[in-house]
Write a protein that binds this ligand. Structure first.
Ligand code: HEC
Length: 157
């Protein structure tokens, strides 16, 4: 018990230092590895209600009970697990390119509870779940990701 509390504490500090905590300042995300840099959302999918609905079923664990993003990220996008990203924050989500986002879902985030999903989800399923996550910062409506801001344009504070 004590040990896990200590580990949580350390993770919390690390999370803060690496700009991962909810209150941490927003900075440009790390660069996308070459093998993911050319991966892009299939045309029309951000705004396709059927695709978004399929993404929602994956996110909520209804498509495959082994995959339940909402257990940490929350059904309405309000994080349930400490450190999980708040996908309702548009200011954060607009810093995520489709390739960055896809890379993170595919490979996970090292040393966090966010694991790699590429063995559980096909590429198509990963894109679908992204379209649903994206609705959290757009009033739960399918929306184009045209508010994306390239890191070079982002002011770092
Ligand atoms: C066991 C808890 C857990 C589950 C289940 C989970 N995540 Fe995460 N996720 C996290 C945490 C914690 C983070 C924050 C990691 C960090 O500090 O950057 C995160 C971060 C993310 C990020 C942002 C990555 C970044 O670098 O900012 C995305 C996108 C994401 N998760 C998508 C998903 C999707 C899609 C699923 C389901 C297929 C999922 N997550 C399932 C805990 C989880």
């Amino acid at each position: 018990m004590k040990r896990s509390a200590a580990i949580l504490g350390v993770m919390g500090i690390l999370g803060f230092m690496t700009a991962c905590g909810p209150e941490a300042p927003l900075g440009p995300p790390p660069p996308v590895p070459a093998e993911y840099a050319d991966k892009h959302m299939p045309a029309g999918w951000w705004t396709d209600p059927k695709i978004v609905e399929e993404g929602k079923a994956i996110f909520e664990g209804r498509a495959d009970s082994d995959v339940n993003c909402s257990s940490c990220h929350g059904r309405d996008g309000k994080p349930k697990k400490k450190g999980a990203r708040d996908f309702r924050v548009g200011e954060r989500m607009k810093l995520y390119s489709d390739s960055f986002w896809f890379w993170r879902i595919s490979e996970g985030v090292p040393n966090t509870k966010m694991k790699s999903w590429k063995s559980k989800l096909t590429e198509e399923q990963r894109w679908k779940v992204m379209t649903y996550e994206h609705t959290f910062s757009h009033g739960l409506q399918p929306a184009p990701h045209d508010d994306y801001v390239k890191p070079a344009q982002v002011e770092t504070k």
